[in-house]
Design a protein around this ligand. Structure first.
Ligand code: SIN
Ligand code: FE2
Length: 210
């Protein structure tokens, strides 16, 4: 099944891997489940502590969701607009994240948070570290859906050189261990039309936050 989808595993740097096409075999279910989550927990524009609005729209599922406002970045058990608990993480998503982590050498990944970022054409994500979590022994699993993107992946210092990794619909990136605090970001999304998602990209980021 997986061979049919032309899957490969490529090492980006120490403890960081690109699993091309890894989400494709289960994509129909994954996309249905993501749509169900964002119908209950609407995507919204988060404000940064500096007062700017991010160019992506954000929602979460799982016990904790990443949120941002003038008070800072943090994890919260409730959606900031609806005041409701985040939807449960669908089994399809949890299983995808756990199996991708295992494939990259991180056994026992136990995510309690899946961040859903929607990028319309022109949206981007500046270089940052994922460091609002408690346990840096747990990796990050990042799944790309829809329009392609250029992922920038650097080292653990902001000024370290970054490499550019093309990400396509169904690709998964896993990083942890020596790379857990690597700086990363996404270049501005170019216009295009994906057969399943249309003119947008969605990224799912799985983490053990609490
Ligand atoms: C992120 O680092 O928060 C997003 C990564 C991506 O969209 O691929
Ligand atoms: Fe990130």
């Amino acid at each position: 099944m997986h061979d049919f989808f032309n899957e490969s595993i490529l090492q980006i740097t120490q403890d960081a891997f690109l699993l091309t096409g890894y989400a494709l075999p289960e994509m129909t279910t994954i996309w249905q489940d993501v749509q169900s989550v964002i119908s209950q927990a609407p995507l919204c524009n988060m404000q940064t502590p500096g007062g700017h609005y991010m160019s992506v729209q954000t929602a979460s599922c799982g016990e904790l969701g990443w949120v941002s406002d003038r008070k800072g970045y943090r994890y919260s058990p409730i959606h900031p607009l609806t005041g409701q608990a985040w939807p449960t993480m669908p089994d399809s998503l949890r299983q995808l994240a756990q199996s991708a982590a295992g494939k990259a050498g991180f056994a026992d990944f136990n995510p309690d948070s899946c961040l859903i970022n929607q990028y319309m054409v022109g949206a981007r994500m500046g270089l940052h570290q994922d460091k609002d979590e408690h346990d840096f022994t747990q990796p990050i699993v990042s799944v790309s859906l829809g329009l392609p993107a250029t992922f920038l992946f650097g080292g653990t210092r902001r000024n370290d050189k970054t490499i550019k990794i093309p990400l396509h619909h169904g690709d998964v990136v896993v990083w942890g261990g020596a790379s857990r605090l690597s700086y990363h970001g996404v270049s501005s999304i170019k216009s295009g039309d994906n057969a399943l998602l249309g003119m947008r990209r969605i990224n799912l980021t799985f983490r053990k936050a609490g």
